[in-house]
Write a protein that binds this ligand. Sequence first.
Ligand SMILES: Nc1nc2c(c(=O)[nH]1)N[C@H]1C(S)=C(S)[C@@H](COP(=O)(O)OP(=O)(O)OC[C@H]3O[C@@H](n4cnc5c(=O)[nH]c(N)nc54)[C@H](O)[C@@H]3O)O[C@H]1N2
Ligand SMILES: Nc1nc2c(c(=O)[nH]1)N[C@H]1C(S)=C(S)[C@@H](COP(=O)(O)OP(=O)(O)OC[C@H]3O[C@@H](n4cnc5c(=O)[nH]c(N)nc54)[C@H](O)[C@@H]3O)O[C@H]1N2
Ligand code: SF4
Ligand SMILES: [Mo]
Length: 710
Amino acid sequence: MSTRVIGRSVCPYCAVGCGLILESEDGRLAKVRGDRTHPANFGALCQKGALLAEAVNARGRASVPLLRQSRDEPFQRVTWEKAVAFVATRLREIIATHGAQSIALYGSGQLHTEDYYLLGKLAKGFLRTNNQDTNSRLCMASASAAYTLALGADAPPCSYEDLDEARCFLIVGANPHDCHPVLFQRMRARKRQRPDEVTVIVVDPRRTATASLADLHLPIRPGTDVPLLLAMLHEVVRANVVDWAFVRRYTENWGAVALAAEAWPPERAAEECGVPASLIRAAARAFATSRASVALWGMGLNQSRDGVQKNLALINLCLATGNIGRRGSGPFSLTGQANAMGGREAGGMAHTLPGHRLVANPDHRAEVERFWGLPPGTISPARGLTAAEIFRAAAAGELQALWVICTNPGASMPNLTLARAALARVPLLVVQDAYHPTETSEFAHVVLPAAQWSEREGTMTNSERRVCLLERVADPPGEALPDWQIFCRVARALGFESSFRYSSSEEIFREFVATTAGRDLDMSGLTYDLLRARGGIQWPCPKGAQRGTRRLFVLGRFPTESGRARFLPPVYERRPAGTTNEGLVLLVTGRLREHWHTRTRTGKVAKLVRAAPEPYVALHPEDARRLGLAEGHWAEIRSPRGRAVLPVRLEPGIAPGTAFAPFHWGPSAGGDGAVNVLTSDEVDPLSGEPDIKYCEVLVRPWRSRPSRTP
Ligand SMILES: Nc1nc2c(c(=O)[nH]1)N[C@H]1C(S)=C(S)[C@@H](COP(=O)(O)OP(=O)(O)OC[C@H]3O[C@@H](n4cnc5c(=O)[nH]c(N)nc54)[C@H](O)[C@@H]3O)O[C@H]1N2
Ligand SMILES: Nc1nc2c(c(=O)[nH]1)N[C@H]1C(S)=C(S)[C@@H](COP(=O)(O)OP(=O)(O)OC[C@H]3O[C@@H](n4cnc5c(=O)[nH]c(N)nc54)[C@H](O)[C@@H]3O)O[C@H]1N2
Ligand code: SF4
Ligand SMILES: [Mo]
């Protein structure tokens, strides 16, 4: 047996973007280790990343194109030519009969930037529909909208280096111990290095493993972040620790936010949020008075019907305390998927175009039309359907075709019964995935087998704006193809031959970075060679630049009209409180360290499955007692949308009235364990992000164990 290094890459799971060294054994990808020279991880990896080879080599890969005329027929193996011709012919017929607005394309933050760019070019430029959205709508859409409103661009300002220099970490609605493990290690190292000088504040209804690092844990009642953050700002003003010099010189609209904060003294917020006023005050003062404070957040803020308001409230706190554009400080959203950032850059959402451009902006449309060699007026000015809207429309019979790429909505969408009805109803469903069957591909007419990580070349941008190249080191199974090649084949079969003639992913990258020239994210200086040589570069990096950009807004200038950052007063609407008296609790859904989303990969890695074998619901022991439940009992959980049955675990660290369940187990795991049948697809009006993070449910004891397939 001989082991040898066959290439370098980046982990395809979370957006920490750990650098990897890939090794083969007897010609096969066998081992993954952390790249000691990579600035995202310096050699560290979490267990999921370290076990990647096993996931990629697992059974269940989609390896040949499959086709069937109707859902009650078995799939037939067909050639690529036949599958592509079928998709193109059907799309042409549908567009001719029902118009381009009757088709939708649903992509993913796990595609490469090149794939994303090409998908957008095909959808918005050539199929002429803006109904191209992505699972990032379920994830980062609220952060993206808030950055744009407050700072003028969708531009996370920080670097991971800032975590090594921060004196205060405010972690709100995020659990990096499980979800961004290598960054958590970095924060823990910082805390251990200066235990008395570094303060860690965690705002989460659960005492998570992340909270074990906290000096202050604020066990917030779900949904009440806006009053909590306004009360922190209230205290910052009262204690007169506002950074007045920064506010006066670099921001606008302070008065409106000061007024909003005035209405929330910590005592009032304490009642609303279930957090003692003294804790709110201590957190506010620690954040405002430390030499450098960084605010990190995740889905606890974003996945909410007031997700943008929660984001604005946190950004306000950073602006008021001058914590932006300086070492060790800033608002720093923890991006979820490995390339959710790249998708935002390439215009992967229903309201965006490449280079941080907007569908609604006539100049932006004209610029992109010129890039794509299209006549003026080709790109529709109307925003397309967002993720939740796509599935609602399809379920109502209003869509004729849906093409799903690199995402598994048959398990991951909120209000899952409706989403699955959509998948079962739409007259043409094309599913492009690396595995088959999945909870989505089982509804498909056409399954297009995709090459995945390590089998395709391309770029991704991590959470700190670092663009990295992922090398191809292995062959995909059977006839599977890289996503960009599949898009090209379908585009050419549709007659768009001359605009989709690429011979490599690098050629697409060159075209894409040209569209970013002169924009806030300017990447026109990036080439594959440079990325290969440097191991990743942070945008902006314009043509001719010697290096990337570590930190944004260091000069206090923002890409807004006035050049100043904008304070925006967040709006708060009270939601009904859960009370366990009638069996009502607020069910939070989220992640476990061992699994990745719908488990198409981690569910096939023995070590990870052993460590986290099955779904469950965690309850506070007091709540469980009141409900007549004990550890290991079965609980039936109902919401107006559906019903799940789960084994009970007792967790004293969860706020009473709140429950938690991981969403990794979809319908295919059997036994009514899919929690997304309970969650809500109501959306934030500004970002379109669904209110997935928690929902009100009724819990009661259930008689017996439901049957579950392993
Ligand atoms: N192991 C693993 N890691 C992952 C992923 C994975 O599937 N598995 N997925 C990746 C992706 S795509 C994403 S988006 C990220 C998500 O990363 P995170 O956002 O860190 O993870 P979540 O578990 O979704 O939720 C975060 C926390 O929000 C808390 N919360 C719930 N409601 C509220 C609230 O109203 N207010 C506040 N303040 N907190 C609340 C929950 O208790 C939970 O601990 O993880 C990425 N990393
Ligand atoms: N209840 C609840 N639901 C949630 C969330 C929550 O917190 N709670 N979080 C939401 C969030 S933040 C997210 S990001 C979504 C994630 O939800 P999904 O995107 O549905 O989750 P994944 O399991 O990562 O799906 C990725 C799919 O792409 C396939 N794949 C992998 N590599 C490739 C490739 O190279 N090419 C192609 N074509 N396919 C590939 C995988 O096999 C898999 O089927 O879930 C959302 N749903
Ligand atoms: S921390 Fe994220 S990027 Fe790094 S190895 Fe783990 S899953 Fe992969
Ligand atoms: Mo996500």
